[in-house]
Design a protein around this ligand. Structure first.
Ligand SMILES: [Cu+2]
Length: 159
């Protein structure tokens, strides 16, 4: 019994070796070890924030429907109560009109041009007066500090 089982266990690897040896592939060593290829890091993309809508340069009509988007960061509601620490890799969106991106690491203060989407909102409407406007989308952490690289400004023209 034991010998039979042992032979059965040997049969599969032997069959694989034989198959590899008989293969007409020019580089059997590479095809035999696909698991050795390095897996891409999960956060390989450079984090970024952008508007899925409207498009940069678009002509829009109020109320303007905006869809926020990002890569390399998780958009989450700010925790309830007093926030004493931030959750790495997590943030929420902020919007300002005709205002530049904050410097990385600076606080986006409430009530100073910025709307905080602290519930983790992924879209919002805004009213624009007729003319050209800059829309700035920023992602900040649980303490509302601008996260590096996660800000984007686009220009739209409101009718
Ligand atoms: Cu905030």
């Amino acid at each position: 019994m034991k010998v039979t089982r042992y032979l059965a266990l040997l049969a599969l690897p032997i069959a694989m070796v034989v198959a590899a040896a008989c293969s007409s592939e020019p580089q059997p060593a590479e095809t035999a070890a696909p698991a050795a290829a390095p897996a891409p890091a999960p956060m390989a993309t450079t984090p970024r924030a952008f508007f899925a809508e409207p498009a940069d340069g678009a002509t829009v009509t109020s109320p303007v429907k905006m869809k926020f988007a990002s890569e390399g960061v998780m958009i989450m509601p700010v925790p309830e109560g007093v926030v004493t620490s931030v959750r790495p890799g997590m943030g929420h969106y902020h919007l300002a009109i005709d205002t530049e991106c904050p410097a990385d690491g600076t606080e986006i203060k409430k009530g100073e041009k910025w709307i905080h989407y602290g519930k983790g909102d992924l879209e919002a409407d805004t009213q624009l007066s007729p003319g050209s406007h800059e829309l700035t989308l920023a992602v900040a952490d649980d303490k509302h500090m601008q996260m590096p690289g996660l800000c984007k400004t686009i220009t739209v023209t409101a009718k």
